[in-house]
Ligand binder design. Structure first.
Ligand code: SAM
Ligand code: DTB
Ligand code: SF4
Length: 331
């Protein structure tokens, strides 16, 4: 049961904190527009009520099936519709995946996240992924997969295999969504999230900023996430990684402070959730990352690759975490 807090921009400082599920886009937009110091104070206050602010959860990503995807997500290098120079591959074998997971565990990751460039998994492929999940869990790591849309029985099959988290993002607001993806609907996404929730798997759901959306769109996406019947346990906030050949390559860069503000409102509206400073860290300065941690981000991907694009080298991260006194969050 979620019990505590989350207050609006105009709430008096003495307002009794309670976990809310009725956020409007206008309220979240008002939070986004607060003076920066006020917004950061509220985000840090919420963060400290639920978490140790010096601990950051560390996950590692692996693309278990790369490229050749039939969907048209305008940000994605793995769509078969765009010429990004990416070579499409087959589903990796269980042994290859387990060898990579062992390496990630040795390097300090507590959660292993496996992604496949599918619209939705075929049942035969789902069996193979279920086997990988069981194997990674046996290594003592938490598991997460992101495989596209799932039916209710598919979600149940993954739950039976012991899957801890399923990642499926809303990506943006419902009204901006049609500018980014035409091959599946916002409603399709909400349905998959419902199936994952009903199967008892933790939900990892967030979005991407820096795609040319408005502040209102960012507010709308956060309000939708924070108004789900249960907040996602994990909320990845991705900064668009621009990839040559994709329609969004060359989009205007987002003001870094606006990115930090988005993290802060995710923290304020979903105070008990782990908020991930997700894709885009390679392109961020150390100072910007530090601001995102101050705004309440408390998870990152570690290791030199996301799915197909670069992530900071381990040495850069080790130095940054040491300079900031960041410790790994125990699983
Ligand atoms: N195909 C599955 C799906 O779309 O649900 C799973 C993999 S897909 C790559 C997972 C998520 O990665 C997307 O929903 C999107 O939020 C994120 N993503 C993909 N390309 C990105 C990019 N260039 N920059 C930031 N995030 C990206
Ligand atoms: C999420 O929200 N971000 C991760 C994960 N879920 C699967 C993916 C980021 C992908 C960035 C582009 C790439 O490396 O292909
Ligand atoms: Fe395919 Fe997922 Fe990329 Fe969309 S985000 S093109 S569904 S791999």
């Amino acid at each position: 049961m979620e019990t505590v807090e989350a207050i609006g921009a105009d709430a008096p400082p003495s307002a009794a904190p309670m976990l809310r599920h009725d956020w409007s886009a206008a309220e979240v937009e008002a939070l986004l527009a607060l003076p920066f110091a006020e917004l950061m104070f509220r985000a840090q206050s919420a963060h400290r009520r639920h978490f140790d602010p010096n601990q950051v959860q560390m996950s590692t990503l692996l693309s278990i099936k790369t490229g050749g995807c039939p969907e048209d997500c305008a940000y994605c290098p793995q769509s078969a519709r765009y010429d990004t120079g990416l070579e499409a591959g087959k589903l990796m074998s269980r042994d290859e995946v387990l060898a990579e997971a062992r390496r990630a565990r040795e390097a300090g990751a507590t959660r292993y996240c496996m992604g496949a460039a599918w619209r939705s998994p075929k049942d035969r492929d789902l069996e193979a992924v279920a086997d990988m999940v069981t194997g990674v869990k046996a290594l003592g790591m938490e598991t997460c997969v992101t495989l596209g849309m799932l039916s209710a029985p598919q979600a149940e099959r993954l739950a039976d295999a012991g899957l801890d988290y399923y990642n499926h993002n809303l990506d943006t607001s419902e009204s901006f969504y049609g500018e980014i993806i035409t091959t599946r609907t916002y409603q399709d996404r909400l349905e998959t999230l419902g199936h994952v929730r009903d199967a008892g798997i933790n939900v990892c759901c967030g979005g991407i900023v820096g795609m040319g959306e408005s502040r209102r769109d960012r507010a709308d996406m956060i309000a939708t996430l924070a108004s789900l019947p249960s907040h996602p346990e994990s909320v990845p906030i991705n900064m668009l990684v621009q990839v040559e050949g994709t329609p969004l390559n060359g989009a205007d860069a987002l003001d870094p402070f606006e990115f930090v503000r988005t993290v802060a409102v995710a923290r304020i509206t979903m105070p008990g959730s782990v908020v991930r400073l997700s894709a885009g860290r390679e392109q961020m300065s150390d100072e910007m990352q530090a601001l995102a941690f101050l705004a309440g981000a408390n998870s990152v991907f570690v290791g030199p690759e996301l799915l197909t694009t670069p992530n900071p080298e381990r040495e850069r991260d080790s130095q940054l975490f040491a300079r900031l006194g960041i410790m790994p969050m125990p699983a």
